[in-house]
Design a protein around this ligand. Structure first.
Ligand SMILES: NC(=O)c1ccc[n+]([C@@H]2O[C@H](COP(=O)([O-])OP(=O)(O)OC[C@H]3O[C@@H](n4cnc5c(N)ncnc54)[C@H](O)[C@@H]3O)[C@@H](O)[C@H]2O)c1
Ligand SMILES: [Fe+2]
Length: 400
C-alpha cells in the first residue's frame, strides 16, 4: 500500500462559534486595505455588516465587491478583477458559499497576475502567489476555504471549468458554524451532501505513482495524511446532515456539518475526488442543477462500482457512518441520507432523457483529471453503465 502523504492547507484555520470575530486580526496581519467578495444576499446580513464595521473601526479601508453571480460567469470576474486592481488590496476576503469563495480566489489570481482566466484553466497554470486570501464560508459546504480549486462557467465551453493550483489555497480559513444557520434547506442539503461526496471520494482515491521530488500534481491520489480527515468528515456528516436540513437552527448539527465539510475539503484538496464529480460536470451543464445535487445523486452508484475494488475502504466508511464495517450497508446509508434530504431518486426526474446518456458519458471522460483518481479503470462502457443505473434509479443493475 502507498505510504504517500501530502497536505497543502491554509496556514491558519480558525474554527468554532464566533470564530468570525478573528477576521479583523487576520486582515490587519496583511495590511490596511481589504477587498471583500460576497454575494448580493449575504452582503445584507447582520453578521456581514458587523464584520465590516469591525474592520472600519480599526481603520481598515474596505471595498465590497457584491456583484457575484451564481455559477460565476467569467465576464463578471474579469470586470471585478479590474476594479480590484484599481483599489490595490493587501488582502482579499471571500465571504459566502462556494460561489463567493471561488470568485474571491479568481479575483485574487487576476489581480496578481493579470491576463484572462482562459490562460489559467486546468491544473498548475498559476505562475506564483496570488493576493493573500481569507475565506469565510457560510455553507457547509464545498470546503473551498481549504482547497486549491475554483470553478467557473465559461459560455464558450459546454462544461464548467476548474482552475486548480496550490497558490489558490486561502492563507486563512475562518469557519464559524453560526454563519451557516441562515442557509436555506436546499442549499444546506446540496452543499452538505457534496461534502460527504468529498469525504467518500477522497477516501476511495486510487493510489497514484507520484514522485514528489519530480512533480507535484494538484491531486496526489490515495493519501495517508488525508485518510483520517476523510473518515472523520463522514463520521460527522452522517448523522448531522438530515438534522441540519430539517432543523436549520440546530447549532449542534450546523457545527458538525461545518467541521465535517472543512475536514473533507482539507482531505480532497490534496487527494482529489473522482467519478461523481466527473459525471456532475456534464449533468449540471445539461440540467442547470446545483453541483451537490448531481454529485450527491451519483455517489451511491459510484460507490457500487468501487465496492469490488476497494471493499476494505468502503467497510471503513460504513463504520464511520455508524452502520458497521460493511461496504453494502455504507452504500445503503448514503442512499438513505440522499432520500431523506430530498435528492431526486433517478436522473429521469431531473429532466435527463435516455438519449442524453451517451453524450454525458463522453463528456465525463473529458475530465481525465478526475477520472484518473477513481480506484478502477474508467472507460466509456463503465460510465454508460453507471448512468443507465442512475437513470433507472436501480443500483442493483451495477452488481452483475
Ligand atoms: N472550490 C471548491 O473546492 C469547490 C468544491 C465544491 C463546489 N464548488 C463550487 O461551489 C459552488 C456552490 O457553492 P454553495 O453550494 O456553497 O452555494 P453558493 O455559494 O452558490 O450559494 C447558493 C445560494 O445560497 C445562498 N447562501 C449561502 N449561504 C447562505 C447563508 N448562510 N444564509 C442564507 N443564504 C445563503 C447564497 O446567497 C446563494 O443564493 C458551485 O459553483 C460549485 O462548483 C467549489
Ligand atoms: Fe464537490
Amino acid at each position: 500500500m502507498s505510504q504517500l502523504g501530502v497536505l497543502r492547507l491554509p496556514r491558519t484555520i480558525d474554527f468554532g462559534v464566533l470564530a468570525r470575530h478573528t477576521l479583523t486580526l487576520a486582515v490587519t496581519s496583511y495590511g490596511d486595505r481589504a477587498l471583500i467578495v460576497v454575494d448580493p444576499f449575504l452582503a445584507t446580513t447582520a453578521e456581514f455588516e458587523d464584520a465590516v464595521s469591525r474592520l472600519r473601526d480599526v481603520g481598515v479601508g474596505v471595498e465590497i465587491q457584491s456583484g457575484i453571480e451564481p455559477e460565476l460567469p467569467v465576464e463578471t470576474l474579469h470586470s471585478a478583477a479590474d476594479s480590484a486592481k484599481k483599489f490595490g488590496p493587501d488582502v482579499i476576503v471571500g465571504w459566502g458559499g462556494g460561489s463567493a469563495l471561488d470568485a474571491a480566489k479568481l479575483i485574487a489570481l487576476l489581480a496578481a497576475h493579470g491576463g484572462t482566466l482562459l490562460e489559467y484553466y486546468g491544473e498548475n497554470r498559476v505562475p506564483g502567489p496570488v493576493v493573500p486570501l481569507i475565506a469565510v464560508p457560510t455553507t457547509a459546504g464545498t470546503g473551498s476555504e481549504a482547497t486549491p480549486v475554483a470553478v467557473v462557467a465559461d459560455s464558450n465551453k459546454a462544461l464548467k471549468i476548474g482552475v486548480s493550483s496550490p497558490h489558490l489555497i486561502p492563507s486563512v480559513a475562518i469557519v464559524d458554524p453560526e454563519l451557516t444557520i441562515g442557509a436555506p434547506p436546499k442549499v444546506t442539503a446540496y452543499s452538505g451532501i457534496d461534502a460527504l461526496v468529498h469525504a467518500v471520494e477522497s477516501y476511495t482515491a486510487r493510489s497514484l505513482d507520484v514522485n514528489l521530488a519530480e512533480t507535484m500534481p494538484v491531486s496526489v491520489g490515495q493519501n495517508r495524511l488525508s485518510d483520517p480527515l476523510s473518515l472523520e468528515a463522514a463520521r460527522l456528516i452522517g448523522p448531522a446532515l438530515e438534522t441540519a436540513v430539517a432543523r436549520p437552527g440546530d447549532i449542534e448539527a450546523r457545527t458538525a456539518m461545518a467541521r465535517g465539510s472543512l475536514l473533507a475539503g482539507m482531505a480532497f484538496g490534496s487527494t482529489g475526488v473522482h467519478l461523481s464529480h466527473a459525471i456532475q460536470y456534464p449533468l449540471g451543464a445539461l440540467t442547470h442543477t446545483p453541483h451537490g445535487l448531481g454529485t450527491g445523486m451519483m455517489l451511491p452508484y459510484v460507490m457500487e462500482v468501487c465496492a469490488p475494488v476497494v471493499p476494505d475502504r468502503l467497510a471503513e466508511i460504513g463504520e464511520a457512518l455508524g452502520v458497521g464495517a460493511d461496504g453494502a450497508e455504507a452504500i445503503n446509508r448514503v442512499a438513505e441520507i440522499g432520500e431523506r434530504i430530498g435528492l431526486p431518486r433517478k436522473l429521469s426526474e431531473i429532466g435527463i432523457q435516455a438519449s442524453d446518456l451517451p453524450q454525458i458519458a463522453e463528456l465525463t471522460l473529458e475530465s481525465r483529471r478526475l477520472t484518473n483518481i477513481a480506484p478502477l479503470p474508467v472507460d466509456l462502457a463503465l460510465i454508460a453503465r453507471i448512468l443507465e443505473a442512475a437513470f433507472e434509479g436501480d443500483r442493483t443493475l451495477l452488481r452483475s
